[in-house]
Design a protein around this ligand. Structure first.
Ligand code: FMN
Length: 366
């Protein structure tokens, strides 16, 4: 299957199906010398695990990562890093009926239309479990970025109609609330809303916001390798993400030039901006301000109320989906958005090392 590889220099290939033996990722292009162990990656994987709260699927997966290659005596060697996570909670019987019909909102019909057949156990490659490889690779990228002074934080901005209040922002809450909201009050409201959705056998969507700090001005390339274009592709490649915003995003279309333009100022000899409507990118190149992006996520397509669809014989039928599904995808997608942002920024930083002759001559004249 084409399209499982991302990146120019820090290149990842995710592999595996939801209900196969294992899933994982191969990272090629990771520099030698990074201290790396399983725990660095496990901390990220634990944030996307199912079965962690009342508003999450009861499916329990241990999602334990194993480093198969590319690390020697605790340090990356510069060779491909292969990461494997075994599937330990396959329940393909939950999915046996799906072989004969197309679930609304899922990729069943499009996979059949494209390939002529599909792995119907849990969605195969279009399953949310494919994101395990992305998160594992993103953990490695985030560790390198941290050494470069760049940090990335994603959190839930809204679930259904419930939105966070920035006045209540507390970073710790992102890692302790069931919704991954930094606002504990909004978390409780969102949980009540989700319980309502669940009792109606329905689901809802929401928004993940992601902030990257410490990116110097000059990262990203003009034209086809714009930083915002590559971020858009990386985030839109996550299942269920339907839109991406950078900075003011959609609101910019309703704004005026005099409001939307960020005035440049010089503070202590440093060029910076008075505002950040651009979200940290101008002309596809980072402008030194913090990067702000939002991922808009659709409601979980698997709902437990009855739905109209057709079977493979083109007969109209009514179905009721079984299996284990969250009423909202957003909290589990938070770390996926963070990982995809880390992968894209790190790759752009690495590409940037060849942007100027002096970067090369400085190295070779040492
Ligand atoms: C982390 C994550 C977990 C997901 N979990 C579920 C789930 O439990 N049930 C479900 O119906 N869809 C889930 N999805 C969404 C489907 O994978 C996705 O909506 C489907 O493959 C159709 O793709 P599209 O929405 O991008 O068109 C999840 C997505 C992600 C990113």
């Amino acid at each position: 299957m084409a399209g499982s590889t991302l990146g120019n220099i820090f290149k990842i290939t995710t592999w595996g199906e939801s209900h196969g033996k294992a899933l994982g990722v191969v990272i090629d292009g990771c520099p030698a010398g990074l201290m790396l162990n399983e725990n660095d990656i496990q901390l990220y994987l634990n944030r996307r695990k199912p079965g962690q709260s009342l508003i999450s699927t009861p499916r329990k997966e241990s999602d334990q990562v194993e480093i198969l290659s590319g690390v020697f005596e605790g340090k990356t060697t510069g060779t491909p890093i292969s990461l494997l996570v075994p599937n330990t909670s396959q329940k393909s019987s939950d999915y046996s009926e799906i072989a004969s019909y197309y679930r609304p909102g899922h990729a069943d019909y499009t996979f059949d239309a494209k390939y002529g057949f599909r792995d119907y156990t849990g969605g195969g490659r279009s399953s949310g479990r494919e994101t395990i490889g992305r998160v594992a690779a993103g953990a490695v990228a985030a560790k390198i970025l941290k050494e470069m002074g760049i940090t990335i934080t994603a959190y839930t901005k809204s679930i259904g109609p419930v939105e966070i209040d920035y006045a209540n922002y507390n970073k710790e809450n992102i890692y302790t609330t069931a919704t991954c909201m930094p606002d504990a009050e909004a978390d409780q409201k969102a949980i009540r809303y989700l319980q309502e959705c669940m009792s109606n056998k329905d689901s809802c969507g929401g928004v993940v916001e992601c902030i990257a700090k410490g990116i110097p001005a000059g990262i990203g390339d003009p034209v086809f390798e714009k930083l915002d274009a590559n971020l858009g592709k990386a985030i839109l490649s996550i299942g269920a993400v339907k839109a991406v915003e950078i900075g003011d995003g959609l609101l910019a279309a309703k704004s005026t030039g005099s409001v939307n333009n960020d005035a440049f100022v010089c503070e202590n000899g440093q060029i910076c901006k008075k505002t950040n409507h651009s979200g940290g990118v101008l002309g596809g190149i980072s402008d030194g301000a913090q990067l702000v992006l939002r991922a808009y996520i659709k409601p979980t397509p698997s709902i437990f109320s009855s739905q109209e669809t057709i079977n493979k014989n083109k007969q109209n039928i009514e179905i009721t989906i079984k299996g284990r599904h969250d009423p909202v995808i957003v909290p589990r997608a938070v770390v996926v958005v963070e990982a995809m942002t880390a992968l894209t920024i790190l790759d752009a930083c690495m590409v940037n090392m060849t942007a100027r002759l002096d970067y090369l001559t400085n190295f070779y004249h040492q």
